[in-house]
Design a protein around this ligand. Structure first.
Ligand code: NDP
Length: 776
């Protein structure tokens, strides 16, 4: 039997566009502001011009930020329930207008109506419902935190209204106001949403929408009046935003690209896995950040699997996205289509083979057929770069460890899908894949209650669930002090004394005391300017060695939390044995109350030892018979640049939470009193801390901080330092998009409300959400 046409009627959507004169300005302070420049928004399926969209300039962005700032106080004064009522009203309004929203989205983006109607728009409503609940609960469930302020949000074109919902709903629920910039290809559904927000009485200025190209986005990122940037899009632009916001104090979350593995083991239900592949890479024409674009299939079933997959591909229907029986619609734009074509041509040039289904590509519009690329080597561009189109790169593996190795052989870490009927194997693989989301025997599942976001160059921060809400709040620990001293005070250095060589403390790498690569050391002065000792001057090579050694010690994070707790209790015990000696040393070097500092450091170790086996994940009850485990995992290798003050407590305050949750660390101690850190080597050595878990490099903090920030194998970086230093650290961290947390200005590290607690543990971990279906 042949399919007949089943087109959705687009008249109402077109009528709405023409009622606006097919021309849109910016939505600022609850009203339309006309734009001075426009560009055209085009239907990718027909290439017809749908509307003229305003191009925002600096003054438009400024007006929107001012409106959002003015609305902030009254919006917060509404309280949780007041805000919840607005979010609930938005959810209801989305449901009431679901059909026209689906049609607008399909017209503007080219994605099939079946997807906008059944997936995008219902999830938009779900997001607003879910976050209506969070608006009421946020004060109770996220105590000792406050809204960030005005949020600048930038979204891409692949899920226009859904991305708006992912950004706007949690931001408003958490008590912030918003300026949002949609993607230039797909702004229409945001305009419809703006109008709906007005209809349900959302106070003016709470949601502002400015449209335009990347320059409008850049204006928003740079505007001094915003407190956070939340971005979804390409890794390249994410990197640029990381650099622009460095040192500004603006919070940042980045949801970036991916090259996600779809792993099929020999014992998988192969027919189900074939359907999984269809969802993974041909949903939304493959223009999905978490698309399963790398198929890794076990060699013994590869031929069988590919044959079944090709048969299924032949039945995929490509065509008018408004047709309800169409599987794949149009690519968003000519430029994106060209990009996809060039990736496929490049793959063939590199030696891969390309197979396409006879899907019948329409003559008009931007279409690309479902495509399979085989004979792919892991180093091929098609296996490493995000194509963002309906192109699947296929590789095979023999053993489980080879599957993990290939899966993790990527700079990204957004998602993974694992197919096996053996639950032990599937969960083992899920725990070893480096990705923020892992779907077991399913794929591309989303829910508002479940966090979404990546590892590595797929970005940082989560959207959805409680962790997504945290990303729109700040704790007192995140507040930057007003005073940003231009530079850290460093005590004067003295010339070396007679037999100083014998008294030179070395570096501490891999559980051993090693000489610095530079061969240099410098004398350290006590407060009375007398000679206290010498410390090694670490350099780039020492950092490299320490990072490599730390990587070899990551078993620390995979072992038992109980084991980590025992080591940390032992550390506290051994520090206590030498408390007098440390107190004396601190007093001698800094003149401060050494006893108080040592006592506080012991308490801090005990505090985090207690947390080791208690900082746990949760399970979410996602719809559709899925259980989701949200597991905090260590970030990996972390660089810790300790404060100048409190040479022992500052170090312990950073090291203890980081290692408690399983990270391994490279530590740069206070330059004022590095001998306290070098004395600490012996405490580490006697406390059963495995070699390589804590590595300490003395030397110039700003220089060593830069080396850590630049290093592509450092996964996270905390830096307590002056403003220029933390700015540089944030800027240089853009290379591999490592997660940073900076503390500029002085803080009292003895004050527990400012220097210990759950925020440290949250910052030392990243949540992996593992989706597992249940039931027959
Ligand atoms: P971009 O990252 O360029 O765009 C995402 C958003 O950022 C858009 O709103 C865009 O505006 C805006 N933007 C662009 N440049 C800047 C800038 N310098 N400062 C601030 N905002 C900016 O992605 P593209 O849409 O151009 O797609 C390019 C590639 O990115 C795709 O081929 C795909 O590989 C990847 N991508 C990944 C997505 C994901 O979800 N992970 C989503 C979309 C794309 P404008 O639309 O006007 O360019």
């Amino acid at each position: 039997m042949e399919y007949g046409p089943a087109p959705e009627d687009a008249d109402r959507a077109r009528q709405w566009i023409s009622e606006q004169g097919a021309t849109f300005g910016h939505w600022i302070n609850g009203a339309w502001n006309s734009a001075s420049h426009h560009y055209e928004s085009v239907n990718p399926a027909t290439q017809e011009t749908l509307a003229r969209i305003g191009q925002a300039g600096r003054s438009d962005v400024h007006a929107a930020v001012v409106a959002a700032r003015q609305a902030l106080g009254p919006w917060q004064a509404l309280g949780g329930e007041g805000r919840a009522r607005h979010l609930y009203a938005l959810a209801r309004q989305v449901q009431k207008h679901a059909r026209i929203l689906s049609v607008i989205e399909t017209l503007d983006n080219g994605k099939p109506i079946r997807e906008t109607r059944d997936i995008d728009i219902p999830l938009v409503a779900r997001h607003f419902y879910h976050h209506a609940g969070w608006a009421t609960l946020v004060e109770e469930e996220l105590p000792e935190s406050e809204p960030l302020g005005v949020i600048g949000q930038i979204i891409p074109w692949n899920f226009p209204l859904l991305m708006l919902a992912w950004k706007v709903a949690p931001a408003l629920a958490a008590g912030n106001t918003v300026v949002l910039k949609p993607a230039e290809y797909t702004s229409l559904s945001a305009f419809y949403f703006a109008q709906m927000s007005h209809d349900v009485g959302l106070p003016p200025g709470v949601l502002n929408i400015v449209t335009g190209d990347g320059n409008a986005g850049r204006e928003l990122v740079e505007h001094p009046g915003i407190n956070k940037v939340a971005f979804t899009g390409s890794t390249g632009v994410g990197r640029e935003i990381r650099e622009t916001t460095a040192g500004s104090g603006k919070a940042l979350t980045l949801e970036l690209g991916g090259k996600s593995p779809f792993i099929v083991f020999a014992d998988a239900d192969l027919d189900s896995a074939v359907e999984g592949v269809v969802d993974a890479i041909w949903f939304n024409q493959g223009q999905v950040c978490c698309a399963g674009s790398r198929l890794l299939v076990q060699e013994s079933v590869a031929d069988d699997f590919l044959s079944r997959l090709k048969t299924r591909m032949q039945s995929l229907r490509l065509g008018d996205p408004l047709d309800k029986a169409i599987d794949m619609g149009a690519i968003v734009d000519q430029g994106q289509l060209d990009t996809i074509r060039s990736y496929v041509e490049g793959a063939v040039k590199e030696g891969a083979s390309c197979w396409q289904a006879n899907s019948g590509v329409p003559d008009q519009g931007w279409y690309f057929p479902p495509t399979l690329v085989t004979d792919v080597a892991p180093a091929h561009t098609i296996a490493t770069e995000e194509v963002f189109g309906p192109v699947l790169a296929v590789m095979t593996f023999r053993t489980h460890s080879e599957a993990i190795e290939i899966a993790n052989n990527t700079r990204y870490g957004l998602a993974a899908s694992v197919w096996s009927e053996n639950v032990n194997l599937a969960l083992e693989i899920a725990s070893k894949v480096k990705a923020g989301v892992v779907w077991v025997n399913c794929t591309n599942e989303f829910d508002a209650a479940v966090g979404f976001g990546g590892y590595r160059e797929s970005g940082f921060g989560r959207e959805g669930g409680i962790e997504g809400l945290w990303a729109y709040r700040r704790s007192p620990l995140d507040l930057l002090p007003d005073e940003n001293p231009p530079s850290d005070p460093v005590l004067p250095k003295l010339p070396a004394e007679g037999n100083a060589l014998d008294r030179t403390a070395k570096l501490y790498i891999g559980g051993r005391q090693v000489r610095p690569d530079s061969g240099y050391s410098h004398p350290v002065a006590a407060l009375d300017r007398s000679f206290a000792g010498e410390v090694g001057e670490g350099n780039r090579k020492d950092i490299r060695n320490a990072v490599e050694t730390a990587h070899g010690a990551t078993a620390w994070g995979k072992g038992s939390a109980h084991g980590r707790a025992q080591v940390m209790y032992f550390l506290a015990e051994n520090l206590e044995v030498r408390a007098d000696e440390f107190a004396k040393r601190i007093k001698e070097l800094t003149g401060t109350d050494g006893e108080q500092e040592v006592t506080a450091a012991i308490s801090r170790l005990l505090y985090y030892a207690g947390w080791c086996d208690k900082f746990e994940g949760v399970s979410h009850n996602a719809p559709g018979g899925r259980i989701v485990f949200a597991m905090p995992e260590p970030i990996g290798v972390m660089g810790l640049i300790c404060p100048q003050s409190h040479p022992l407590l500052g170090l312990v305050s950073l090291v203890a939470p980081a290692i408690a949750v399983g990270n391994v660390v490279v530590v740069i101690p206070s330059e004022n009193a590095p001998l306290v850190a070098t004395d600490f080597y012996q405490v580490l050595e006697t406390s059963d801390v495995p070699a390589g878990v804590v590595n300490i490099i003395t030397g110039s903090r700003p220089e060593l901080a830069k080396e850590l920030a630049r290093h592509d194998n450092v996964d996270g970086l905390w830096c307590a330092g002056h403003h220029e230093m933390v700015t540089e650290v944030e800027r240089l961290s853009s290379g591999n998009l490592k997660q940073t947390w900076v503390f500029s200005g002085e803080r009292d590290w003895c004050d527990t409300s400012l220097s210990q607690g759950r925020p440290f543990l949250r910052r030392a971990t990243q949540i992996k959400n593992i989706w597992v279906p249940y039931g027959e």
